[in-house]
Write a protein that binds this ligand. Sequence first.
Ligand SMILES: Cc1ncc(C[n+]2csc(CCOP(=O)(O)OP(=O)(O)O)c2C)c(N)n1
Ligand SMILES: [Mg+2]
Length: 581
Amino acid sequence: MGAGTSRGPAGARATGGRGVKANDPSHALGLILVDELVRHGLRHAVLSPGSRSAPLALALAERPDLDVRVRIDERSAAFTALGMARTSRRPVALVSTSGTAAANFLPAVIEASLDRVPLLVLTADRPPELRGTGANQTIDQIKLYGNAVRWFCEVGAPEDAPALPRYWRSAASRAWAEAMGSPAGPVHLNLPLREPLVPDEGGSFDASLAGREGGAPWTSFARGVAAAPEEEVARLADLIQGTERGLVVAGAADDRDAPAVLDFARRAGYPVIAEPTSGMRAGPPAISTAEALLRAGFGDSHTPEVVIRIGKTGLSRALAAFLERCPRHVLIDADGAWLDPERNLSHLIAAAPRAALGAVPVDRGTTGWTEDWLTAEAAARRAVDDVLDQGMSEPRAARDLAAALPDGALLLAAASMPIRDLDWFMAPRRGLRVIANRGANGIDGVVSTAVGAAAVHDGPTVALLGDLALLHDANGLLMPPDETSRATLVVLNNDGGGIFSFLPQASHPRFEQLFGTPHGRRLEHLAALHGVEHTVVDEPDDLRRAVTRGGIVEVRSDRRENVEVHERCWEVVRRVLATGG
Ligand SMILES: Cc1ncc(C[n+]2csc(CCOP(=O)(O)OP(=O)(O)O)c2C)c(N)n1
Ligand SMILES: [Mg+2]
């Protein structure tokens, strides 16, 4: 990667800090920011081509210890970085040139903000003298992402002054700390850069670039697992010890809490309504058929006296209505996040669920209440599985995919029916990590998120998504030819937005035009354009074989039939509960 190479691999020498030379202020800023972030643990960067950002691109590319990926489309770049950061739980650097390039990051920045994914957004900008003048490719980038970032810093135009390298290292340290703070999320450094943008061989930069000795960060940052105050644990323990009819509801949560929460649930005798992203749908007392049970009215006779909730729910109207009725509703969240769409929280405990629930002494074990839920789960599971076993369908594809993936696989589920089908039909299992962009529930960026996740996940990575989600992020397939992706995209192709057929507008005379939006596109053509494998799967056995093959695996479906198979599942569970078995 071209410029600056006459000085050898400048980035590699920058790691030690001593004796590193920069040729000009923009060059120095690029080298120092990247060096400081690497000292904190940066391993991956995604960038898009541009001139103003050249000092950053070159500094990143010169580091042998960094994985740098390039995407032509900035929206796709941002979701690729999001997929990497979500999967690795570590900040990923995202770099753009000035102008609308930076604006295209917004959807992914919003998702990162709402779902607490650490991202380091580095936007190159024009220096102050060119702003507001009609200068080329210049927009107002100050606080471009509004409240969606944890921290914004207008870094200012670099100069050759002794105090500046220390300021840049400190700012990079703070960016890292804010991204990994409580709550984690995106940060935005806006970097006005003056020419020369490619190192000036004849130039000089005199201030020392040295970082801390031994490759240490300028200001290191550590965040521990948030414990609950002792009195709060004691109050929680009283409540739980005194309440047999309790339930754990685990939504989109940190799956590292799963072992401690499941252990707590077993000790307390509380069933766990476990959404797939919680990592808690892993055998008893996890309930995998909550949707069918609640739709069948099981919750009317089994209203808990206390709900302990972990993470964000929102996939199910039936669950939302159920939560509204629960008299005591405790949310335990490591950041104390206000997750309360039902406006019914009675307690919010700002602590890591594994710390708070792990500290609660209770040893009630299985009770009649637990048995009731587990018996209903077993009956509903059998009934739903019998319906799904009758032939290929969208819910069956979701169920079978989750069951067929090998241990160590990662499954990304797209909004909005794929993640619901997974929630409503996936059987309990261990060994599978399920992720989803649930912060804003967008259908955007799914392909890119999957490709990013696959880049850092050590095992098979598969996405389950709809046809509109695929087409919406078709540019996610626009990768350099030498970058082979290990992601498999299982596309439920119902020629439009299947979710809308479940909603009241389904009977509107202009439904197809306004909501269904059939496109008639042949996915094999998209696959061919990008040199990606494409397979159509009709038989359930073929799906199982195809899931880790890579490329696009298409399951064709019909939106009307899809509504019918869902209805059959709900109906059969209603009947089974009514007849007591
Ligand atoms: C960026 C964005 N635009 C629009 C929506 C609204 N929306 C929700 S689901 C959906 C249709 C999704 O269709 P598809 O991906 O084919 O999945 P299906 O509903 O057919 O399962 C749309 C447009 C959204 N969630 N995000
Ligand atoms: Mg669709």
